[in-house]
Design a protein around this ligand. Structure first.
Ligand code: NAD
Length: 369
């Protein structure tokens, strides 16, 4: 019997407010027999206040045992001066590291109702649905040596090391092809093979993985700088983009902004598949932070958090029709003209966190008869 056990980590700032939105949606699915169980715990500044650490060992144990972790956001000015190792973001980094989350998925979806709030023309972004897959645990952010050396002549030398082993590229490439098979069956791999050895190996390994196991999927290669240009020139040409940690960091932010506000953007981070169950360790979280400027006011947009739960339905629980139902309910809510302050425009109805959540639930009710 497969379990559906979630660990919810609301965190700091607007985190608990937007997590309330996800909980309401979980309750809605449970009322229809989905059978999710969940527990809540602390991460970030609130965990520091309680335990002196951004995440306790007990919470980490719960995260490792859960089928999926849902996190809202961490941080805020209250913790600006805590020791570096205990800063709120350290909780996030430990989760990513200890769960072995090497694949970061960021969908860039443009809801028709919001197409005019993109910085690109409506026809370029309307109906956009692409997925950026970023390698998350290797590359230049982690490679050694990583240091600033004093050269002793009044000069210093800063060194970061871009390093990838075959297995790291193989597993992210395989994840990209698997994801593409559930979508429009196309992968674009981006690197800089013209100037970087890691780019040469990246292309070689992606090509091998493709030839060996995924030749039914269409594969293109693109230099990452040209890829950035194409992403703003004609974003709808892409389906799944797979790239390394550094390029993925930048390209996923570019892609995200094609579609409007931070309050709309979900993400997923996945680890290796379990040998027995096939289920991957997984963390789902909105792209936005704790928004201290609006925390406690009841005006935060809960959609990124709710859509992050939607990604959990899709990628951890194989509940694709339910995930489609939830995405449809979000789109229908926006079609009705309801907007939180971050996405509000002339003529729309301004609502708060609770009203937006209630409206999404009402659309779920409507769509499921
Ligand atoms: P932020 O994402 O918290 O906020 C940026 C702007 O977007 C703010 O004006 C905010 O009000 C708005 N915004 C963000 N989410 C929103 C939502 N759901 N609804 C409406 N408006 C929203 O980024 P920041 O201000 O640079 O950082 C604030 C704190 O969050 C810092 O402590 C930072 O370290 C932390 N942070 C955490 C994460 C995370 O938990 N993954 C990510 C980024 C930043």
């Amino acid at each position: 019997m497969t379990t559906r056990h979630l660990l919810l980590l609301p965190g700091d700032g607007i985190g608990p407010e937007v997590m309330g939105g996800a909980r309401a949606v979980i309750d809605w699915f449970n009322a229809r027999g989905a059978g999710f169980s969940f527990e809540e715990d602390l991460v970030g500044g609130c965990a520091y206040d309680a335990h002196g650490k951004a995440i306790s060992d007990a919470t980490m144990t719960r995260a490792l045992a859960a089928d999926a972790v849902l996190l809202a956001s961490v941080g805020g000015p209250k913790w600006d001066d805590v020791p570096y190792e205990a800063r709120p973001e350290a909780g996030l980094l430990r989760l990513r590291k200890d769960l072995g989350l090497f694949a970061n998925l960021r969908p860039a979806i443009c809801y028709p109702a919001l197409a005019d709030s993109s910085s690109l023309k409506r026809e370029l972004v309307e109906g956009l649905d692409i997925l950026i897959l970023r390698e998350l645990t290797g590359g230049v952010y982690f490679g050694e040596p990583k240091e600033i050396r004093d050269l002793g002549n009044g000069q210093k030398r800063a060194i970061d090391t871009q390093v990838y082993d075959t297995y790291e590229i193989e597993r992210i490439a395989a994840a990209a092809f698997e994801l593409a098979r559930t979508r429009r069956n196309k992968v674009t791999s981006m690197e800089k093979r013209n100037v970087m050895k890691s780019g040469v190996l990246w292309r070689e390994v992606v090509t091998d993985v493709h030839k060996r196991s995924y030749s039914d999927v269409e594969l293109d290669h693109m230099l990452a700088d040209a890829g950035g240009m194409q992403l703003v020139r004609a974003p709808k040409q892409f389906d799944v983009i797979v790239t390394d940690n550094l390029f993925g960091d930048m390209l996923s932010d570019v892609a995200a902004m094609l579609t409007g506000s931070l309050g709309m953007l979900p993400s997923a981070s996945l680890g290796a598949a379990d040998q027995k169950t096939g289920r991957r360790k997984a963390l789902y979280e909105p792209v936005h932070g704790s928004a201290p400027d609006i925390a406690g006011k009841g005006i935060a947009n809960p959609i990124a958090m709710i859509a992050s739960f939607g990604m959990a339905l899709r990628y951890s629980f194989d509940m694709v029709p339910e995930a489609d139902l939830l995405d449809g309910a979000i789109a229908a809510t926006l079609d009705r003209g309801l907007r939180t302050a971050d996405i509000w425009s002339e003529g729309a109805t301004r609502v708060g966190t609770t009203e937006m959540t209630t409206a999404v639930i009402a659309e779920l009710d409507r769509a499921s008869g």
